[in-house]
Design a protein around this ligand. Sequence first.
Ligand code: NAD
Length: 239
Amino acid sequence: MVQKSRRAVVFTGAGVSTECGIPDFRSAGGFWTKYKPIEFREFLASADTRLEAWRRFLMIRETIGNASPGPGHRAISELVARGHVSHVITQNIDGLHEQAGVPAERIIEIHGNGTYATCLSCGLRHEIDWVKAAIAQANAAPSCVSCEGIVKSATISFGQPMPDQQMADARAATFNADLFLAIGSSLQVFPAAGFPVTAKQNRTPLVIINREPTGLDGLADLVINAEIGPVLTAVIGRL
Ligand code: NAD
C-alpha cells in the first residue's frame, strides 16, 4: 500500500514518541495519568491555575527538551523524502518530526507546538526559558511584555479552540490523500481523531498502527497491533 501511494497522509499521536522516552497520554503510570488535565477555561480564569499549568508544563518540557527523534520519526521522514507521503498531521507538541528531517511545510501540528509560548491577546511570541526565569523570579505566571495579556505555551489545551489554519490544512491533506496511516494514537481525542474517519468516508484506504486496539479499528482496511519503530523500519526496508 505504501509503495503505491504518492500522497499518503501520516497521522501521528503520542505513541510515535514513546520510543524517545516521552510518555504517552493514556498508558498507565505516566505523568499524564497522575494529573487531571487543566481545561482552557480554568487556565483563563485563575492566576493560581496558570502558575500550576506552567509548573506542569515545565516538568514535561524537561523530558521533551532532552528527547531526540526515534526510529518511527526517522522512517516517516524517509517516506516523505521518497515521495510516498505528502503530509504529516501530528497531535504531538514535541517538534520531533521536524527534528527528524520532515520539511516544516509538510507538518501540520493540530495541537500546537510546545517549544515556545504566545500571548493570548496580541500573539507575541515568548521563549519558554524567559517564562521559566519569570516564574522563578516572581513565583507567578508571567504576563505579556508588550500588552500584559496572558502568556500560554503554544499548545492547544482541552477546551481551547482548534487552530483554524492547521485544521483547514489537515482537512485538505486528508481529502487529497491516497492512503491514510494513523500511527500511535488511541484515536480518542476529537476533533483530531475525526481525520481518519474523514479519510475513510472519502474512500481512502485506512491503516492503523498501534500496540493496542483503538476505537476506529472497525473502520480500518488494515490494523497492525505492534511496535511502531520496528513496523515502519520494516516497511522502509521493503520499498
Ligand atoms: P494516547 O496516549 O491517547 O495514545 C497513544 C497510543 O499509542 C496508545 O494507544 C498506545 O498504546 C500507543 N503506543 C504507545 N507507544 C507505542 C509504540 N511504541 N508502538 C505502538 N503503539 C504505541 O495519545 P494521542 O492519541 O496522541 O492523544 C493524546 C493527546 O496528548 C494528544 O492530543 C497529544 O497532543 C498529547 N500528547 C503529546 C505528546 C507528545 O507531544 N509527544 C505526549 C503525550 C500526549
